[in-house]
Structures are given as structure tokens and as C-alpha cells.
Design a binder for this molecule. Structure first.
Ligand SMILES: Nc1nc2c([nH]c(=O)n2[C@H]2C[C@H](O)[C@@H](COP(=O)(O)OP(=O)(O)OP(=O)(O)O)O2)c(=O)[nH]1
Ligand SMILES: [Mg+2]
Length: 321
């Protein structure tokens, strides 16, 4: 197939944290669906040039401040696209549908319920996922873990938590999860269980995290994943990434980006390796391995959603007890 068509896409947000969407005309590619404003990057144009031109032509506004959100390759049956998505949080002018297209401002939550082209699922995930994901430390004592979680919740974070406790039996893990889920819910924190998807569904977690071992055991997408709002997967190289995509993971954790205390001599991806995988991921990618909050901007600069980790983000005991 031909080279992908490069498209500049703008997730424009206002002071109420709403996003501007437009309806594509019926007769065009992916017609009748909602979209984020934007259009094709013409030969010789930079992303910034195309963004300014498209927003002037379609909405009569000028973007004043924006940053990269995600770059996505998507193959439609009739066209390959590479969507270079930026988040615009400051602009000049009053948006108007210059081509007669209906416009709406909608909240991030409403985005999930509207009909967009298939590639937009990943854009909406990128807009609604936080820039840090906390993984619980590998503790044997559930009380120590709960104590650390309470402290971490008190200090403002995290918005997304992966409950991981590989040394607990399935029964002990389930009992711990039954305490952790309501605690997280009461603070508006979304929780993923690093466990089998059936357990995540039966306990009412927001989602599941598929570690590399569990990912490898799944030949195809099990129906149970449709009953979870979030499915994450761990990937270390292209093959795992391709498998996570086949299974329809909503986001991936890419590791190891930097050396960690537990694996000091292991070979790492480094930021260029992370950036290459993030670009191919087709979904938000978190950098994992040796990360601290100081790395969030670097991760975003390399096309990532943010960082995932234990040590740099957890308040409380992290050592084995
Ligand atoms: N603008 C935009 N395009 C999207 C989104 N999602 C998505 O898959 N696309 C695809 C649909 C199209 O194949 C391509 C964008 O092309 P376009 O039709 O908007 O291009 P354009 O504004 O330059 O239009 P035209 O001058 O060719 O009429 O990207 C989205 O959210 N916004
Ligand atoms: Mg357009």
C-alpha cells in the first residue's frame, strides 16, 4: 500500500476542559462521523504550518499554544493515515464551522460515547489517561501495601493504579483487591488488576493489566476483555507490541527504558528505543523502568503518554517485607 497520508489533528480544549469536535460531511472519507478538526499535511508543510492553515480554513481560529499528544498510524481498508495529534490549549478567535460543519464542545467523558473514526479510540484514550501510572511495590504483607496506598492517595496521586502483588496467592490477592478497589473508587482513582481478566471483572475493577507472561498465553482477544473499560499490556519489543495491538490493549507499558535498582546491569531501550516503540504503538505508551516524576516531560517529548513505575511514585515501603 501507499505511504500513509500525514494528517494534522487538533484536540482543542477550552477553560472548562471541554474538547471541540466537528462532524465530517457525509460524502468524505469516514463521512458522517465526529472528528477533531484538522486535515492533510501538504507537501513541503511542517506540522505547525498545516495545523495553522487547517484551523484557519475549518474554524477561523489561530492556535497560540499546543503540545504533541500522540502520533498514530492507522490502516483503514481504503487508506493508511498517520495522525499527528496535538493538544491546543490556547487559541485566538471564536471557532465557527467555516465549511458548514456542525461543531460541539464536549467533556472528555462524553467523547467515549460519540461515533468517531476507528483511529480516534486511541486519541480519546490519550486525552483521558493521566501522565503517570503507579504500580504497587512487590510486597508480601497486604497491610504494608494498604498503608503505602493510603499514603500515596493522601499526597494527591495517583490517578491510575496497577495492583501488582505476584507473591500473594490468588485468594490473598483477591482479598487485597476487594479492599483496594473501594479505596481507589472513593478517591476517583482508576484501578487495574495485574491478574487474570476474569478476576478483574468479577471484582469490579476498572481494568486489567496483562503482563508479558499473560500476554503470551493469549492467542486471541478473549471476550472477557470487552467487559473492562481499560486493558493495559507490558511490552519490551516490537513483537509483544504487535501482539498487544492484536488483543486490542488500550495502552502499553514499554520497558525497560532506563536501568532499575532491581536489574542494574540489564540492557535498556533508552529514550530512542522507547520513542521508536511509542510511535508504532497506535495507543498511549508509558515509559517504565527507572522513571521518576522528573522524566514525565522527557517521556512526552519522546511521544509517550507519561511514566509508569513504583519507586519514583509510591509513598511508603517499597522493599520486600
Ligand atoms: N481531521 C481529522 N481526520 C481524521 C480524524 N480521525 C481520522 O481517522 N481522520 C482521518 C480521516 C481522513 O482520512 C484523514 C483527514 O483528512 P481530511 O478529510 O480531514 O483532510 P482535509 O481537511 O485536508 O480535507 P480536504 O481538504 O481533503 O477536503 O484523517 C480526526 O479526528 N480528525
Ligand atoms: Mg479536515
Amino acid at each position: 500500500m501507499a505511504e500513509p497520508l500525514r494528517v494534522a489533528v487538533a484536540a482543542i480544549t477550552n477553560a472548562r476542559d471541554e474538547y471541540l469536535i466537528a462532524r465530517r460531511p457525509a460524502h468524505v472519507h469516514q463521512g458522517g462521523l465526529w472528528e477533531f478538526p484538522g486535515g492533510k499535511i501538504e507537501p513541503g508543510e511542517t506540522l505547525a504550518d498545516a495545523l495553522c492553515r487547517e484551523l484557519r480554513e475549518e474554524l477561523d481560529i489561530t492556535p497560540l499554544r499546543y503540545h504533541p499528544l500522540i502520533t498514530l498510524n492507522h490502516d483503514y481498508p481504503d487508506r493508511r493515515v498517520c495522525l499527528e495529534v496535538v493538544k491546543v490549549d490556547r487559541f485566538e478567535g471564536q471557532p465557527r464551522g467555516m465549511e458548514g460543519q456542525p461543531l460541539r464542545w464536549v467533556s472528555a467523558d462524553q467523547l467515549h460515547a460519540l461515533a468517531f473514526p476507528a483511529a480516534n479510540r486511541a486519541i480519546i484514550q490519550a486525552l483521558t489517561l493521566p501522565d503517570r501510572l503507579v504500580i504497587t511495590p512487590d510486597l508480601r504483607c497486604p497491610e504494608t501495601l494498604l498503608d503505602g496506598l493510603r499514603r500515596s492517595l493522601e499526597t494527591g496521586g495517583p490517578a491510575l493504579l496497577q495492583l501488582r502483588a505476584p507473591r500473594l496467592s490468588r485468594e490473598d490477592f483477591a482479598a487485597l483487591a476487594e479492599m483496594v478497589i473501594p479505596l481507589c473508587r472513593s478517591r476517583g482513582v482508576r484501578i487495574l488488576l495485574n491478574a487474570d481478566p476474569e478476576l478483574a471483572v468479577s471484582l469490579g475493577a476498572d481494568g486489567v493489566h496483562l503482563n508479558a507472561r499473560r500476554l503470551a498465553t493469549l492467542a486471541g482477544r478473549p471476550d472477557v476483555l470487552d467487559r473492562l473499560t481499560l486493558v493495559g499490556a507490558s511490552v519490551h519489543h516490537r513483537d509483544e507490541l504487535a501482539h498487544a495491538a492484536r488483543l486490542g490493549a488500550h495502552f502499553v507499558l514499554v520497558s525497560p527504558v532506563a536501568p532499575t535498582r532491581t536489574h542494574p546491569g540489564a540492557s535498556v531501550l533508552g529514550w530512542p528505543g522507547f520513542a521508536a516503540l511509542a510511535r508504532q504503538a497506535g495507543r498511549p505508551a508509558y515509559a517504565l523502568g527507572g522513571m521518576t516524576v522528573d522524566d514525565i516531560a522527557t517521556a512526552r517529548h519522546h511521544g509517550g503518554q507519561g511514566i509508569a513505575g513504583i519507586r519514583g511514585l509510591w509513598q511508603g515501603a517499597t522493599e520486600a517485607d
